[in-house]
Design a protein around this ligand. Sequence first.
Ligand code: 2HA
Ligand code: ZN
Length: 274
Amino acid sequence: MQKLIDEIKKTSGDMARRGWAESNGGNISLRLNEEYHRYFDGIEPKSGWVNLPMEMPKISGERFLVTGTGRFLRNIELFPEKNIGVIEIDGKGGAYQLLWGYEPKGAPTSELPSHLLSHCQIKEKSGNGMFAFIHTHPNSIIALTYAVAALDTKNLTKLLWQSHAECIVVFPQGVEFLPWVMAGSMDLGIATAEAMSRRNLAVWQYHGICGCGRNLDEAFGRIDVAEKAADICLRVMAAGGAKQTLTDQQLREIAINFNCHVDLRLFDFKQNET
Ligand code: 2HA
Ligand code: ZN
């Protein structure tokens, strides 16, 4: 149990210190692997069943550690049992109950639709190998959604890939751009989950970013690299714009050198060149 709590303490503390989680901003969920799942066997539930807004059979019976609604990520290190909880999904994927946490009383994050619907997709696409999903509010990613005209998945991805040579290696499938949708809504949850079926990062216009990974370190790392690239991009814009940039040929060489599975629809490579 301590191992599980230590994992989330590290990620939430890092997010808060990066300035990605002001007030109650940002939320984290971790689908429990076999070892962590077992910690909660036989435990007396702390709530009745709470209906989910739609059935999610792909995650039936799963247990998740989820940050609490209204709770501050920066407080998890000091008071984990107040700020995080563990929920269990029922056999149909239509409801959850609380097994542990949110002391003295509370509920999972308001972004639960995005988290659980995304877990359905990432569990499936990874052959049950992806367990972590993070939503957060990094300054530069958000600023970029104001500063650049006519953003879409293709040009946002290209901008980030060109702004930092690590990006194409860390997120070769690119970053999905989602035009503004109301925070916490089912619409946002559905759009985010769809994005996660194709990529490991999705930017929410004027709001933040979501990332997934095998574990919290991997999800955090993807967001960290994207945020650094966005920061570099803004600095270049503030310095009068790029006078030169990574060329398509150089990006292509990086992708080949590191054996990255680039989403070719996002790239200007001609298919027969690769
Ligand atoms: O939990 O980040 O998007 C607060 C939020 C909502
Ligand atoms: Zn948010």
